[in-house]
Design a protein. Sequence first.
Length: 135
Amino acid sequence: MFSGKEKIIPILAICVLLIGIFSTFYVNATNINKDTISIDGKEFSINQLFLMCKNRSIYTDDGEKTGIALDDLIFKVGINCPSCHEYIIKAKDNYQQTLSWNILKTGVLTEYCRVYFPETAHTFWVRNVIEIKVK
């Protein structure tokens, strides 16, 4: 005959396993896999952006970074008066930074969807960029 502990332990183990399984499904179902970046409401693939914009190398306190010039990108997507706006760069995990034109025009977007800016704090560097809003 089973005692009280011998009945509860298997039930608790099954509950923990079910919670783990449902948590895994939830995390994978809500994961955003995006190979495009939305810029001012228009969708662009990373390859498309790299074909239409010029490359630039910048030097940061973390070394040399090469990618497409963000100022060239803003001009190429058709933003009128770039210096009249602020820009919100949003990441896949909802992290975002609001930047002025003076900072944005110095940065690069790498092929790994990460933006870098020379002479700024690392908090301005956004990884897994999915959107650039023009404000």
